[in-house]
Design a protein around this ligand. Structure first.
Ligand code: GDP
Ligand code: MN
Length: 395
């Protein structure tokens, strides 16, 4: 379970990691009075379960009430990485002099915990790990190890800090590690940990993810009101619609809409798409023998996703039937229309009936099929994936 920044900061305060105290609002109209109460300048921050808010325009400093209202309206209108902004955190703005990164997570490959630091914070650490891995400092721990002051000092020194900075940052290292262990966290990250112009170190952001299977050990999490709303909050707008429609669906960050015949086919399709240099925009299962109506809705999800450049479809009729599949696709073409290029392969149970449905629909209204490339058993699934990658590149 991922936590919102303001929830993460509440835990930071419990573990004596310095973090600003702010207030959360749910409408822009509340912004001026809340900001006034906190005192200008304030920072307004979108609360969504994803990073990259700064880049997306979700973090703004306001100098007065009018600005607070204007920025709050702008931020509430945003959708960041698929998450509509429904909560906004207002805090006293920090006068930032420098930003560093601190984090604790699980090193799954080596069965260890790892304290991570980087002298350059604020940017996404995954990005730095890719472009400048030598800038990232790691201190590994066995699962049962405790952290000691000297570990904190070792990290702070490796980040080039000395004097008071060394003392403050090494303390924060120790506290962050203890928080991670006490809460059974999966990730505890401060990015950025900032030094203000008056020399104080303070967490400007908080990213915490807790282990759902250990939540029973942490009644305080539920007492803080964290939990129930998260399941909803962790879904993107499209995932919410999919859930309402009964379609197991997850947004990914590629550009190929995946319209597979089932979860297994979805996984294989995902592998093939990657193999040919493409990236899926989603994972989707049809949720058991799907009705034509559900098939049509699956396509609506993909076609309406602005990220999708081409659609990859693969239906192997096993328990599900190709005639239902064809009916669903035709229903979609008639009621909604296909705006993206799509390549589909269909074979298996009742494929001849399915083919007839396609042929008669095409005969009736050929234009509906303009963007659809249709294949049967003669084309291997690899070729369909390869073609989908080509279509996405052409688009
Ligand atoms: P993220 O982009 O989702 O990781 O959001 P962050 O909370 O990390 O904010 C992004 C950036 O906004 C930070 O790296 C800071 O540069 C800036 N920022 C955040 N809080 C403040 C603040 O209180 N004052 C100022 N001036 N900048 C801030
Ligand atoms: Mn951040």
């Amino acid at each position: 379970m991922r936590l919102y920044e303001f929830e993460g900061k509440a835990f930071f305060q419990k573990f004596k990691i310095p973090a600003s105290e702010g207030k959360v609002i749910t409408t822009a109209a509340e912004a001026p009075a809340t900001a006034e109460l906190i005192g200008f300048p304030v920072v307004l921050k979108a609360q969504v379960l994803s990073g990259g808010r700064g880049k997306a325009g979700g973090v703004k400093v306001a100098q007065n009430a009018a600005e607070a209202l204007k920025f709050a309206q702008q931020i509430f209108a945003l959708t960041i990485k698929g998450y509509p902004v429904e909560k906004l955190l207002i805090e006293p703005a920090l006068d930032i002099e420098r930003e560093i990164y601190l984090g604790v997570t699980i090193d799954r490959a080596n069965y260890k915990l790892v304290l991570i630091g980087c002298a350059e914070g604020g940017v996404e650490i995954e990005e730095t790990a890719r472009t400048n891995p030598e800038k990232i400092v790691k201190i590994p721990f066995e699962i049962d190890d405790s952290i000691y002051a000297y570990h904190g000092i070792q990290m702070a020194q490796a980040l080039g800090l000395s004097g008071n900075d060394l003392k403050s940052v090494s303390d924060i290292n120790v506290r962050l590690f203890n928080l991670f262990k006490k809460l059974d966290a999966k990730v505890a990250e401060i990015n950025p940990l900032v030094r203000t112009k008056d020399g104080k170190w303070i967490a400007a952001d908080a990213r915490l993810a807790l282990d759902d299977d250990a939540l029973f050990r942490h009644p305080e999490v539920a007492e803080m009101g964290i939990g129930a709303r998260h399941e909803e909050g962790e879904l993107t707008a499209r995932e919410k619609v999919a859930r309402e429609w009964g379609i197991p669906y997850v947004d990914l960050d590629g550009d190929i809409g995946m319209f597979p015949g089932g979860a297994g086919f979805g996984i294989v399709g995902n592998d093939f798409i990657h193999h040919y240099g493409g990236k899926p925009a989603n994972f989707m299962d049809s949720g058991g023998g799907p009705t034509p109506d559900r098939i049509a809705k699956m396509l609506v999800l993909l076609d309406e996703n602005p990220q999708v450049k081409a659609i990859f479809g693969a239906r192997f009729g096993g328990i599900s039937r190709c005639d239902d599949f064809a009916k669903g696709v035709v229903q979609f073409l008639r009621e909604h229309g296909l705006t993206k290029p799509m390549v589909v392969r269909m074979t298996g149970n009742k494929w001849e009936e399915g083919l007839k449905i396609f042929e008669s629909a095409r005969h009736e209204s050929p234009a509906l099929f303009n963007r659809l490339e249709f294949h049967g058993i003669e084309t291997p699934i690899e070729d369909i994936a390869k073609r989908a990658v080509e279509l996405a590149k052409l688009a």
